[in-house]
Design a protein around this ligand. Structure first.
Ligand SMILES: Cc1cc2nc3c(=O)[nH]c(=O)nc-3n(C[C@H](O)[C@H](O)[C@H](O)COP(=O)(O)OP(=O)(O)OC[C@H]3O[C@@H](n4cnc5c(N)ncnc54)[C@H](O)[C@@H]3O)c2cc1C
Length: 565
């Protein structure tokens, strides 16, 4: 029993779980970090990190047969031959799509922090005040000032490159120097500034070390060399992942026990004590069941899995799942609307070409419905902005040196500049967007099959049309030609920003978590991943998950010290 007893247990060793574990360990708590997938040690377990293109059987492309066998992940832009080992394959962990939903997962130590695109934008009060202002979901129980210092803490440790742009909807943070926009991106930035009030094209803030500081060197991480092979795992630690940063840091305290291959089945609850007492796991490889006890439990399994663990944690006090006193657990899930794409040609700057690479690109923060409601839909969208020239004239003819010379050419010809934007729209959390558990079907570890249902609604359709209109106008004003819009019609999920299901709120009747991410009805259980999100904003969410996790972990440690939990 003693061997299996800890001060704290963290479920899920990904982006947010790494932060929960780091903070709890630093506060002196003996912490067990449980992860359902295999261990992935920084550097050692990045098998493709330094391979050359010709060392891959299919030069990095996924063969058609593999794509056909994995239609869900094959739709994800990031799924390639060089990083396929980090993705959960469609057949490995089936789930029921009550409505079409492409669920992109990474079951391993590090979770999806190994696979992410590293875009890190702070939220602002335009986001935290959104539901109250626009009358949907419930009011967030926190505001920007509650989380501002935690953003700073996370940014300094993670290392975020960006400019202090002074934009209301996108608060500045603790930044390392940013990379520069290229000439066409800068031109578009100037054009937008000239033609519009409160619209900006900035360099997208990203979790890359442009100028490593002492705290990064102590993590053993070095400067980002813009190799852009991040998705394979970076041996330099140039971008932030839990594997290169938070988990080894937590281990250095001597307080961390990492237990990979541990599928958490449920959280145990003692009716008499009125608190959670530990967790039950199933060993992924042997099927053996083990129980671990602790005073504190952090659930960081990634929003949908977090909800499913809670729903599966039944007791006589909580017959419908832990913390589900009001029947809301699993409801009000939301995501980001990534359906809109627009592209065009820029006929200027033909004498310019890009040299070198950048780990991020142009970013247009939300500008719609910010200071007043100006459209017939609620909230707004952000967007990326990219500009590049394709190479033409390189012919794949000949063999050996002749082929190489043909491909490279002494003077490879460059085509015109192509520009493009993709929409990142907020969606409104709805009661009928849910995660639930099957009553009869179970997976190979005996866990109930997860059902997912998420739909676009009228608000999303109107927002999409507005994105096309506004971006067509901005592109026209910049003189771009051959403007093309495209609705990808992709199902929810490919944004990979699933949020909600155990939302934060002020009132236990209408929410699952309080302002400190504690279950209202079981205060020694904290949920600090995407499941806690009351609404969605337009910004990428992971920086906010990390800040929320750090804040809640320190609060929990304080409460333990005061014996309030
Ligand atoms: C291609 C791609 C690009 C992305 N780009 C961005 C971006 O630019 N910016 C951004 O903010 N976000 C981005 N994301 C999303 C980002 O990766 C997630 O928001 C983030 O990883 C979520 O953190 P998490 O801790 O909730 O979940 P994860 O990082 O997924 O970690 C959850 C962990 O819990 C484990 N787990 C699940 N169930 C159990 C269980 N029952 N028992 C034990 N362990 C369990 C999982 O195996 C996993 O390791 C991207 C994701 C992908 C895949």
């Amino acid at each position: 029993m003693q061997e299996n007893t800890y001060d704290a247990i963290v479920i899920g060793a990904g982006m947010s779980g790494g932060w929960s574990a780091k903070e709890l360990c630093e506060r002196g708590l003996k912490t067990l970090l449980l992860e359902r997938g295999p261990d992935v040690k920084h550097i050692k377990d990045y098998p493709t990190a330094t391979k050359n293109p010709w060392e891959f059987e299919h030069r990095g492309e996924m063969p058609l047969k593999v794509k056909e066998a994995n239609p869900v992940i094959a739709r994800c832009y990031a799924y390639r031959e060089d990083n396929a080992h980090f993705f959960v394959k469609d057949q490995e962990h089936p789930y029921a799509q009550d409505t079409p939903f492409d669920w992109i997962r990474g079951y391993q130590v590090g979770g999806r922090s190994l696979m992410w695109a590293r875009q890190t934008q702070r939220w602002s009060d335009f986001d935290f005040e959104g539901p109250a202002r626009d009358g949907f979901a419930v009011d967030w129980p926190i505001r920007y000032q509650d989380i501002d210092p935690w953003y700073s803490k996370v940014e300094k440790f993670v290392g975020i490159s960006g400019n202090r742009d002074g934009i209301d909807v996108l608060p500045d943070g603790e930044f390392l120097p940013a990379w520069k926009l290229n000439c066409v991106q800068s031109f578009f930035s100037d054009s937008v500034k000239k033609n519009y009030k409160n619209r900006h094209v900035i360099f997208g803030r990203c979790a890359h070390l442009s100028d490593p500081q002492e705290v990064h060197r102590q993590q053993g991480r070095g400067m980002c060399m813009a190799r852009l092979e991040c998705a394979r795992g970076c041996p330099l630690g140039g971008y932030f992942s839990a594997n290169s940063s938070t988990i080894p840091w937590a281990a250095k305290t001597g307080n961390l026990t990492l237990r990979p291959d541990a599928v958490v089945q449920s959280i145990m609850y003692d009716d008499k004590l009125g608190k959670a007492t530990g967790v039950r796991i199933i060993d992924r490889l042997t099927g053996a069941v083990t129980e671990y006890s602790s005073r504190l439990i952090f659930v960081n399994a990634g929003a949908i899995n977090t909800v499913s663990v809670l729903l599966n944690s039944k007791s006589s006090a909580f017959p419908d799942g832990l913390g589900n006193h009001n029947g809301l657990l699993g409801k009000y899930i939301a995501f980001h609307n990534y359906r809109g794409k627009i592209s065009a040609r820029c006929d200027d700057f033909g004498d310019n070409k890009e040299i070198g690479r950048r780990p991020s690109g142009g970013y247009l923060p939300r500008f719609r419905n910010v200071y007043r409601q100006e459209t017939d839909f609620l909230r707004g969208y952000a967007a990326g902005f990219g500009a590049s020239r394709s190479r033409i004239g390189g012919k794949a003819e000949g063999w050996g040196e002749e082929l190489r010379d043909n491909l490279l050419g002494a003077k490879p010809e460059l085509g015109p500049w192509q520009v493009g934007s993709h929409m990142m729209g907020a969606t409104i959390p709805k009661e009928d967007s849910y995660v639930s558990l099957d009553q009869t079907k179970v997976d190979e570890w005996g866990m109930p099959l997860i059902h997912v249902a998420m739909r676009y609604d009228d608000n999303d359709e109107k927002m999409l049309l507005d994105f096309f209109e506004q971006f067509s106008e901005m592109y026209e004003k910049a003189g771009f030609k051959d403007i093309r819009i495209r609705d990808t019609k992709q199902a929810p999920g490919l944004d990979i920003h699933e949020m909600g299901g155990a939302r934060m709120g002020r009132d236990p009747k209408t929410s699952t978590l309080n302002a400190w991410n504690q279950l209202h009805t079981c205060p020694n259980v904290f949920v600090t991943d995407g499941a806690c999100m009351t609404s969605t904003s337009t910004q990428n969410p992971s920086l906010t998950y990390m800040a929320i996790a750090a804040r809640a972990a320190n609060y929990a440690a304080d409460q333990l010290e005061k014996e309030n939990i």
